[in-house]
Design a protein around this ligand. Structure first.
Ligand code: AMP
Length: 226
């Protein structure tokens, strides 16, 4: 295969629910023109559209478990083979199991892409339940907010787009968050060692301020695409 001069960035964000993966992926998307690829978003869209995959995934998601690799991989593959991802992607919430990580390696090899970095966002579990339980987003533009930590400047109006409809995820409640944290520790945390062994692991302190974390991630993107 010929050498290319610009390397597409494939950045994996690893971390439990509430670590800030979605917030940071959206910021990187805006700053670098990369595509945020969130399997959680893709699955929620499938649930809303009542596709066969969505119908199969719904109850698992509501219970805070992991959807089968088969369903997730089909959805991911569909999205990753669309032309807009050729410049690079930020994988948010994928891979989540060793099987998904191996499948991703194969998929990327087939596309002539490689993982630039897998970034582990290190956070304190106890803080995650409060973070996740209070969050909501603008129904129009997807901007994220939080009951305690980030209210819109004007009550009921999105800072970013002026939208007035907000939504909360069905699985962002204390009980489901506990199950999601457990799924993370049991099935996803081993990927930190997987990517460390491959020499692509980087870590950031996910308890820091959002702009500071964005700065660190931006530096990683520049490093892997430069
Ligand atoms: P997220 O938006 O990443 O927090 O994902 C919400 C829910 O979607 C998770 O709790 C899982 O039920 C499901 N999900 C998202 N991504 C994956 C994945 N890569 N593998 C399995 N299940 C997933």
């Amino acid at each position: 295969m010929p050498e290319t001069t610009t390397r597409p960035a494939v950045l994996i964000l690893l971390g439990p629910p509430g670590a800030g993966k979605g917030t940071q992926a959206r910021m990187l998307e805006e700053a670098f023109g990369l595509i945020q690829l969130s399997t959680g978003d893709l699955l929620r869209a499938a649930v809303a559209a009542r596709t066969p995959a969505g119908l199969a995934a719904k109850s698992v998601m509501e219970a805070g478990g992991l959807v089968s690799d088969e369903i997730v991989l089909a959805i991911l593959k569909d999205r990753l083979t669309q032309p807009d991802t050729a410049r690079g992607v930020i994988l948010d919430g994928f891979p989540r199991t060793p099987g998904q990580a191996r499948a991703l390696d194969e998929l990327l090899t087939g596309q002539g892409m490689a993982i630039g970095a897998a970034v582990s966002m290190e956070v304190d579990d106890a803080a995650m339940v409060a973070r996740v339980s209070g969050r909501f987003t603008c129904g129009d533009c997807g901007e994220g907010y939080h009951d305690q930590f980030k209210q819109p400047r004007e009550e009921g109006v999105c800072d970013k787009c002026g939208g007035t409809a907000f939504k909360r995820r069905a699985d962002d409640n204390a009980e489901t968050v506990e199950a999601r944290l457990k799924a993370y520790h049991d099935q996803t945390a081993p990927l930190v060692a997987y990517y460390a062994a491959r020499g692509v692991l980087q870590t950031v302190d996910g308890m820091g301020a959002i702009p500071a974390i964005a700065g660190e991630l931006g530096a990683i993107v520049k490093q892997v695409t430069g």
